[in-house]
Structure formats: structure tokens, C-alpha cells
Design a protein around this ligand. Structure first.
Ligand code: FAD
Ligand code: UDP
Length: 365
């Protein structure tokens, strides 16, 4: 059998970028992908003529010029701007936290008024926030925390906000302007032909084996190439020898509705604890669709168990310490590179994933 230069385990965004650069250097690439399709979690497909983000809403955003120029070589991006809505017991608020949110919540209209209310509410937290609740209250005060953060976060992570690390919430913008753009980044959009088409372009010229789990015959697969890039779960690669890393999973419930417009926006977050899903996505709004029907997806967070998709790493101190032990083993593994969200146990957004893949190419190709 022919020997490839690279075996890439996992045909997600990280592997696809690495493969493209390897091909550009004249290397041959074989992908193994255990799912029935390419693209990993950014996979999108047509359903009732609407591009559906199969594994949850994916909005590309970046401030990195190299990354933006890079992805634009493989896809045309539309001008979608993410401006989600939060629904708390039927009360509607704009996200992220901005003057529209504060105006509705406090009945005020100027930044000075908003700042005064938040200054007073934040004062209950003295010193460095020790957990997510303290971090949230010190950012946006107790009232916003109670209505828009507490229920959503506890559903998402399956833990009390006092038992979660502060950093999870730090990435959400807090603004004293009437600006509903969820991201601060310079560039933002959705590929007009979908993410799957982008990945198809990236992996042109590579061989792909779908429905194939690396662990079904790892020695055989490793012998098929000179080097391997592994983008699956790092603890699985090392047979869980140091223990199991923690993940959160999700259940997606998708349905087509016989109406043109269900919720008037791409993303609505349900921030009360009692509703079991965290958000409803209406896919057509990512592409300004005018189809007669609409496709929606409810996203239910669930505890991860073996066999489920590990969507989110739980980057608390205990898991990060365990990951460090696996990372040390990975350093010593001959002819195997480790990259991507699962192998680096890192909640990468797509732009950070592309950046990391290009950095690995710079170092190794
Ligand atoms: P993955 O996409 O997970 O790819 C890894 C691949 O490896 C998978 O296809 C998997 O099946 C395969 N694999 C694993 N183990 C094996 C094995 N043993 N054998 C064979 N194949 C294997 N980012 C943004 O920038 N914007 C967003 O709006 C956004 N929203 C998100 C929403 C959700 C719900 C989630 C979960 C993520 C979101 N992301 C978003 C992050 C984005 O999905 C990631 O940055 C990106 O998918 C990471 O790519 P990857 O290649 O590292 O991992
Ligand atoms: N979050 C929240 N309410 C919301 C949206 C987000 O409390 O309406 C919190 C929640 O803890 C979440 C974190 O902010 O885990 C980060 O949100 P983001 O949308 O960046 O996370 P993603 O869904 O992309 O993982």
C-alpha cells in the first residue's frame, strides 16, 4: 500500500488547514474521520433549502488579518452580524450587555445613569472575583446577573455559578453604547456557501476515509504514513492513562416549521433555569433567507458520557492540571503532532483554531 506523508485523524477545521498547507508543500495526506462527513463541528448542510449549522450556531469572527485573509481565499463571507436576544420569562433583552439592555432593565437612557446603577450594584464585590458569580456581579451587577447570566450559565455548565471559574464570563463585552454586536472583532460573517464547502476547498487533493475510527486499528493506520496529526481527544490517545478529562455535551433538536419567520433573529438565548434548552437558533437568519419555511434548532446542554460528542472542554483547575500531564506525554510521542480543540483541550473559536493550525504549519512543515 502507498505510504502517505501525513495521516490526519479528524477532518475538522484544524486538520483541514494543516492539510492544505501540507499539500501546498507537495505532501500527500490521508484523513481518517469517524463521523459520516467532513468538517467536524463546523459542518453545515442544506435542509429545506436552508443552510443548517448541524452542531450549533457558528459565526466566524476575528481581528487577525492573516486569518481573515486566509479564510477568504476559500470562501466568500456574508455581512452577518451576531446580535442575539435574551428571553427571560418572556422579557426580551438585547445581548451582549449594552445600553439597550440597561435601558430596558433599569428604565434609564444615558450611559451616566447606567454607570451609576452598575457602580452601586458592583460594590458588593470587594477584591478579585473568586468565582463566576462574583465575576459576573462585578461586571454587570446583581440584577443583570440574576436575569441574564445565572440560569443560562448553570444550565450550560451543570454547576452552580459559585463553583465555576470566573474566566468563562470574561469574554462577553460590556458596553455603554447602543451597540448589539455580540463580538468586538474587526471582521465577522458566515460563508455564503456554508462551512462544509470551505472545508472541501481546504482538503482538495487529500484522501478521506469517513466512518473510520482511528482506534479501530491505530497501529495499522499509523503505519500508513510517515507522520501523524491527531485532532481527537488527547486522553483517549493515551488510553486515559492519567485519568479522564471532563467535557460538556449538547443535544440538538432540529425541526422545520411551515412558517417564514419563527423568532425574527438568528439566536435567542433562554436565560431562565426552568427552560431546559439554552438557546433556539433559526438558521435562515444567518443568511438573510426568504424561504417560505424555516428550520430551528433547540440546544440542550447535557452531562458528557463516553460515546457522546465532547463539545466543550471544562477548563477548571483540576482538568487543566490533568491536561498538562497528557501534554507532557504528547511532547514525547515520536512522529505525532497534536492539534485542535480536543487534542489541545482548549475552547478554540474558529479563528483561533486557524491561527493555531497555521502556527503549527510554520513550525513543522
Ligand atoms: P472538531 O471540529 O471537533 O474536529 C475534530 C474531528 O475529529 C471531528 O470531526 C471528530 O469526529 C474527529 N475525530 C475525533 N476523534 C476521532 C477518531 N478517534 N477517529 C477519527 N476521527 C476522530 N467558533 C466560532 O468561531 N464561532 C462560533 O460561533 C462557534 N460556535 C460554536 C458552537 C458550538 C455549539 C461549538 C461546540 C463550537 C463552536 N465554535 C465556534 C468552535 C468551533 O466549532 C471550533 O473552533 C472548531 O470546530 C474546532 O475545530 P477542530 O478541528 O479543532 O475540532
Ligand atoms: N452567557 C450568559 N448568558 C447569555 C449568554 C452567555 O450567562 O445569554 C455566559 C455563559 O456562562 C456562557 C458564557 O457567557 O458560557 C460565554 O458565552 P458565549 O456565547 O461566548 O459562549 P459559547 O456559547 O460560544 O460557548
Amino acid at each position: 500500500m502507498r505510504k502517505y506523508d501525513f495521516l490526519i485523524v479528524g477532518c475538522g477545521l484544524f486538520g483541514a488547514v494543516f492539510a492544505h498547507e501540507a499539500r501546498a508543500k507537495g505532501k500527500s495526506v490521508l484523513f481518517l474521520e469517524k463521523r459520516s462527513h467532513i468538517g467536524g463541528n463546523i459542518y453545515s448542510e442544506l435542509q429545506d433549502d436552508i443552510l443548517v449549522h448541524k452542531y450549533g450556531a457558528h459565526i466566524f469572527h476575528t481581528s487577525n488579518q492573516r486569518v481573515w485573509d486566509y479564510v477568504n481565499r476559500f470562501a466568500e463571507f456574508n455581512n452577518f452580524v451576531n446580535s442575539p436576544i435574551a428571553n427571560y420569562r418572556g422579557e426580551i433583552y438585547n445581548m451582549p450587555f449594552n445600553m439597550n439592555t440597561f435601558s430596558k432593565m433599569f428604565g434609564i437612557s444615558t450611559p451616566t445613569e447606567a454607570e451609576a446603577i452598575l457602580r452601586e450594584q458592583r460594590a458588593e464585590i470587594q477584591g478579585e472575583p473568586k468565582n463566576l458569580e462574583e465575576q459576573a456581579v462585578s461586571l454587570v451587577g446583581r440584577e443583570v446577573y440574576t436575569k441574564l447570566i445565572k440560569g443560562y450559565t448553570e444550565k450550560q455548565w451543570g454547576r452552580d455559578c459559585r463553583d465555576l471559574p470566573p474566566f468563562i464570563i470574561k469574554r462577553l463585552p460590556v458596553r455603554y453604547t447602543y451597540d448589539n454586536n455580540y463580538f468586538n472583532d474587526r471582521y465577522q460573517g458566515i460563508p455564503v456557501d456554508g462551512y462544509t464547502a470551505l472545508v472541501e476547498k481546504l482538503i482538495e487533493g487529500c484522501d478521506v476515509l469517513l466512518n473510520t475510527d482511528f482506534f479501530s486499528d491505530r497501529e495499522k493506520f499509523l503505519s500508513m504514513a510517515n507522520q501523524c496529526l491527531y485532532t481527537g481527544m488527547i486522553d483517549a490517545y493515551f488510553d486515559y492513562c492519567c485519568g479522564k478529562l471532563g467535557y460538556r455535551s449538547l443535544r440538538f433538536e432540529t425541526e422545520t416549521l411551515d412558517m417564514p419567520n419563527f423568532q425574527g433573529v438568528a439566536v435567542v438565548n433562554y436565560t431562565e433555569r426552568e427552560i431546559p434548552y439554552t438557546r433556539i437558533i433559526e438558521h435562515k437568519h444567518f443568511a438573510f433567507g426568504t424561504q417560505p419555511k424555516t428550520v430551528i434548532t433547540r440546544e440542550y446542554p447535557v452531562a458528557w458520557e463516553e460515546g457522546m460528542e465532547p463539545y466543550y472542554p471544562i477548563n477548571d483547575a483540576q482538568n487543566n492540571a490533568l491536561f498538562a500531564r497528557y501534554a507532557a506525554l504528547a511532547e514525547k510521542e515520536p512522529d505525532v503532532l497534536f492539534g485542535g480543540r480536543l487534542a489541545q483541550y482548549k475552547y478554540y473559536d474558529m479563528d483561533k483554531c486557524v491561527e493555531a493550525a497555521l502556527a503549527l504549519c510554520d513550525q513543522t512543515l
